[in-house]
Write a protein that binds this ligand. Structure first.
Ligand code: TPP
Ligand code: MG
Length: 347
């Protein structure tokens, strides 16, 4: 029932050369960002980083499908999507350095959710609100395979189904939830089929094929706007560790039984397609790489020139008035910083 939608080659895909190159350009921006962010973390520039290597086609394809006035509810791994949406690289880097001062922009992205699946009911609620107000935009919730085991996933899906909310549930199945492989996450044959229990469709797409992902998510958003939510399961693979705090050598990280299209590098495969279709050559790839590097160099320099964050800022944004326990903790932190200096190891 749930075949995996794929375009299989550039030649067989219904896409313009310009759109195909735009997808490639954003995949290179994302790949370069991810590689540099990882090495910055390794030298203590930021405390932790969740790589998305291997998931560039999935995220870039989905983000290309979203309209500027749609809302995205992302997780910590959605940096590639957010780069496409127009969140400045500088802001993503600063967030990882503990700062929340963001460039003034019109990007309709909520903050990244670190608690698993909490953004899913938020997205369903925002979509119900859009419907209630007769707005034209749709909403997209981005989450991983692991999130499908949380109550929030089921509650968000249920509300969306009952209220015909204009929402697309974009589930990026990268094979893992930290050390837990998807086959231990669920006894369902697919994640997409879970949508049927809530009265709407689930579709599966080759998440390493950016053209197919863009087309599938575009179609899903169109249906969502008509009041039919859709769940998209994007099948891709997490090439790296869960985050820089994870050590995948402590568990069996490679899954030998997965098909090649699922585990192959999406950037390399897509570049091969475009070269075979004469859409890309050395000149174009050199320019695209150089432009991405320049953008990144500038963003890193801009982030570095920002003053280091005040550790006490972490107490500022949750409660209008701090609880007595938090007051105590803030005083303890202040005393620690006075005694031992700023906790930031780099500055
Ligand atoms: C509510 C909650 N429980 C547990 C965690 C710890 N945790 C962080 S990431 C993660 C796995 C998430 O896996 P998945 O949803 O597949 O997303 P991926 O990391 O693969 O992108 C878990 C359990 C958390 N952040 N929030
Ligand atoms: Mg996962």
């Amino acid at each position: 029932m749930h075949r995996v939608i794929a375009s299989e080659s550039f030649a067989s895909a219904d896409v313009s050369e310009e759109s195909a190159r735009a997808l490639y350009r954003d995949m290179i921006r994302a790949r370069q960002f991810d590689e540099r962010a990882l090495s910055l973390q390794r030298r203590g520039w930021m405390s932790g980083y969740p790589q998305f290597r291997g998931q560039e086609a999935s995220q870039v394809g989905a983000a290309h499908a979203l309209a500027a006035d749609d809302w995205l509810f992302p997780t910590y791994r959605a940096n590639a999507m957010q780069l496409v949406r127009g969140v400045p690289m500088r802001d993503i880097l600063l967030f990882r350095r503990g700062r929340h001062t963001l460039t003034d922009n019109d990007v309709r992205d909520f903050p990244q959710s670190v608690p698993i699946a909490t953004q899913i009911p938020h997205a369903a609620g925002a979509a119900m609100a859009a419907d209630y107000r007769d707005a034209d935009h749709a909403v997209c919730a981005y989450f991983g395979d692991g999130a499908t085991s949380e109550g929030d996933f089921h509650e968000g899906m249920n509300f969306a189904g009952v209220f015909d909310a204009p929402v697309v549930f974009f589930c990026e199945n990268n094979g893992w939830a930290i050390s837990l492989p998807t086959q231990r996450q669920t006894a369902s044959a697919t994640l997409a089929q879970k949508a049927e229990a809530y009265g709407f469709d689930g579709v599966r797409v080759d998440g390493n094929d950016p053209i197919a992902v863009e087309q599938v998510v575009t179609a899903a958003l169109e249906r969502a706007r008509e009041g039919e939510p859709v769940m998209v399961e994007s099948l891709t693979y997490r090439q790296g560790a869960h985050t820089t705090s994870d050590d995948p050598s402590r568990y069996e990280h490679r899954q030998a039984d997965l098909p090649d299209w699922r585990t192959r590098d999406p950037v390399a495969r897509y570049e091969e397609w475009l070269r075979a279709g004469d859409v890309l050559d050395d000149d174009r790839t050199d320019t695209i790489e150089a432009e991405a590097t320049a953008e990144l160099d500038e963003a890193i320099a801009a982030a570095e020139s920002e003053p280091r964050p005040d550790p006490e800022a972490m107490f500022e944004r949750v409660y209008a008035e701090l609880t007595p326990q938090l007051e105590t903790q803030r005083a303890q932190l202040r005393a620690l910083v006075e005694r031992e200096g700023h906790p930031d190891p780099v500055n």
